[in-house]
Write a protein that binds this ligand. Structure first.
Ligand code: ZN
Length: 220
């Protein structure tokens, strides 16, 4: 896909598709037992979400809804601030993690049931990394973030690396590596998608270095 087409597509997602899905009522059962605070998690990914969230004590009370959605064409998961709460105080903001029920890239399909648990934990951990990143930004900062994300590959690279780094710093390094490994070695995903992941995200080697750095910090 050419650069312009891709940007048009992202603009479409950001301004048309995402606002449209905010208007729907959450249909998934709310799991607000002792284990979750302010979280809405579909039953199928409940365990993985629980494990990933347990690595982020800062997000314990942050309202986050995980919601399955059909046809998010470019990505498997997507973390967003909820538009309705965008101008609330930072601590009262709520977030949405959209998950593709069926991940299709260039006619290849990947069902969520085909994704191993550890990979799913890494994937959710990465999205929670984005939320950590969004938490510190003002409403205008988030809008600016959205615009830059749409228009600049360099900015996507920066944002995706920040999310991976948060996940690794929160003890999810191995799961993040499992996620990369799954994507890069998955025969059903296209080479174009894999190349894009390699270009924009931290490599497995870079993640290993990060894990080592944390290990050194905690043992010295
Ligand atoms: Zn990401």
């Amino acid at each position: 896909m050419t650069g312009i087409l891709r940007k048009t597509y992202l603009l479409f997602i950001f301004f048309i598709v995402l606002p449209a899905c905010y208007s729907q009522q959450p249909s998934m059962q709310q799991k607000d037992s002792l284990k979750f605070n302010n979280k809405i998690v579909p039953d199928t990914i409940w365990r993985e979400a629980y494990v990933a969230l347990s690595h982020y004590p800062e997000l314990k009370d942050t309202p986050i809804e995980f919601r399955f959605k059909k046809n998010i064409k470019k990505s498997f998961m997507q973390a967003q601030p909820k538009l309705g709460g965008l101008f609330k105080k930072k601590e009262n903001r709520s977030y949405l993690i959209l998950i593709n029920e069926e991940f299709s890239i260039e006619d290849e399909k990947l069902d969520i049931s085909m994704v191993p648990s550890e990979v799913l934990i890494g994937w959710i951990g990465h999205e929670l990394g984005h939320i950590m990143d969004y938490r510190d930004r003002s409403a205008l900062g988030l809008i600016w973030f959205g615009l830059k994300y749409i228009t600049s590959d360099n900015y996507i690279r920066e944002a995706e690396r920040a999310a991976d780094t948060y996940a690794v710093n929160h003890g999810l390094g191995e799961q993040i590596i499992a996620t990369k490994d799954f994507i890069l070695n998955h025969s059903r995903l296209s080479d174009i998608y894999k190349a894009r992941i390699e270009d924009l995200y931290l490599s497995q080697e870079e993640i290993m270095v990060l894990i080592d750095e944390i290990h050194e910090e905690t043992t010295h």
